[in-house]
Ligand binder design. Structure first.
Ligand SMILES: Cc1cc2nc3c(=O)[nH]c(=O)nc-3n(C[C@H](O)[C@H](O)[C@H](O)COP(=O)(O)O)c2cc1C
Length: 367
């Protein structure tokens, strides 16, 4: 096993990084009243001190009443901001870049709150979060503008508290992805229609964020083909469709694409070994991050739904080949880093026998 490329210093979108390992954003619901406490701060600091290159926070709520539907998901506004400022300082002083992930769940229900909080305010493109499943009301143009401004405020605040950049969560069937997906965006106005029109909300969000932070503050954008409500869904069926999807996002101001897959080694389209991050880099020329079962042998659905303990260093060999080929620039590690704060040190030093595996029990604590 060689993971030298993974641990080599690099510069991405102007950010000097000590290695390519990114802590992937993971909702933890440990912030009472939406304010991250000392335990949350320590959780992030531990991983920064143990060598992670970039920490992307759990999804944090933008300043909008329908952004999230669980009281213990952290906000990125109000009293929470002071705490995030302290966390940003402790993470960056420990040598990692710090990137909050701005989140609005849209009409999505059932995954953020358990049981679903049906009385929470909801806003979505067309009042459905899954084909045939109505929830809430379609957003008016005035409401859409308010949400765009909430993202812009989040990006401005990220820069103000000393974050290294900001990530916009455009994946997994949440608000931005609900606009992308024809099944959940049935609007007749300028925010609905063909894919280019369904991209309008995202591009307006990105442009507003870019305007808020200026040209040199890195903006990451996470997207996925799949949705949590439909793992088989695909936004783009071919490289040409993907190119047409990505270009407006590039033009709007994205610096780095975080390309969410469940298993990073799976090719995105037939006839090429490139995965989603590989294609995205090839088509846009922008730096990309891959993610999905790094260091593990089972994907996130298996381990969250079935509770299986998954750990395997074998996927790291595949990762090395792809990194050395230049397919992508950054590597997201989710559950493996959630379970073991010392994942980077142990893998780097070849101590993979000592890695803690991921079990559902890991979700109950902030180790
Ligand atoms: C508990 C948990 C919470 C997650 N929350 C988020 C989130 O807030 N935002 C996001 O974009 N992805 C979220 N994800 C997805 C992860 O960032 C990552 O893409 C996924 O777990 C695959 O990586 P892995 O196989 O290394 O775990 C979450 C995953 C887990 C396990």
């Amino acid at each position: 096993m060689s993971t030298s490329s993974l641990f080599a210093p690099t510069t991405v979108a102007g950010l000097a990084l000590r290695n390519r390992v990114v802590m992937s954003p993971m909702t933890r619901r440990f912030s009472p009243g939406g304010v991250p406490n000392q335990a949350v701060a320590d959780y992030y600091r531990r991983r920064a001190e143990a060598g992670v290159g970039v920490i992307i926070t759990e999804g944090v709520a933008v300043d909008h009443p329908a952004a999230v539907d669980h009281a213990d998901i952290p906000n990125f506004h109000g009293p929470a901001l002071d705490q995030w400022k302290t966390i940003a300082a402790s993470v960056t002083s420990a040598g990692a870049a710090f990137i909050p992930q701005l989140w609005h769940i849209g009409g999505h229900r059932s995954l953020t709150a358990d049981p679903p909080n049906a009385s929470a305010p909801s806003l979505s493109p067309s009042g459905v979060y899954e084909p045939g499943k109505p929830f809430g009301t379609p957003a008016t143009e005035v409401e859409i503008e308010a949400v765009i401004q909430a993202y812009a405020k989040g990006a401005r605040d990220a820069a103000a508290i000393g974050a290294s950049g900001v990530e916009i969560h455009g994946a997994h069937g949440y608000l931005i992805d609900q606009f992308f997906w024809a099944a959940t965006n049935q609007r007749q106005d300028r925010y609905g229609g063909d894919m280019i029109e369904r991209l309008r909300f995202a591009t307006e969000v990105i442009k507003a964020c870019r305007e808020a932070v200026g040209p040199s503050f890195p903006i990451f954008f996470r997207y996925s083909q799949f949705k949590q409500v439909d793992y088989k869904a695909r936004l783009c069926q071919s490289p040409d469709e993907l190119a047409a999807f990505l270009q407006p996002l590039v033009d709007a101001g994205v610096d780095v694409f975080d390309c969410s897959q469940r298993r990073f080694w799976e090719p995105e389209f037939e006839g090429s070994p490139l995965n989603l991050a590989g294609w995205t880099k090839t088509l846009t020329g922008k730096p990309t991050m891959t993610v999905g079962s790094v260091g593990l042998d089972g994907d996130v659905v298996a381990s969250l739904r079935e509770g299986v303990d998954v750990i395997a260093a074998s996927s790291l060999d595949k990762l090395d080949v792809m990194l050395d080929r230049g397919d992508f620039d950054l590597v997201g590690v989710g559950r493996a880093l959630l379970a073991d704060p010392h994942w980077v040190e142990k893998v780097r030093d070849g101590q993979t026998d000592g890695l803690a595996g991921f079990t559902r029990a890991a979700l109950e604590t902030l180790v």
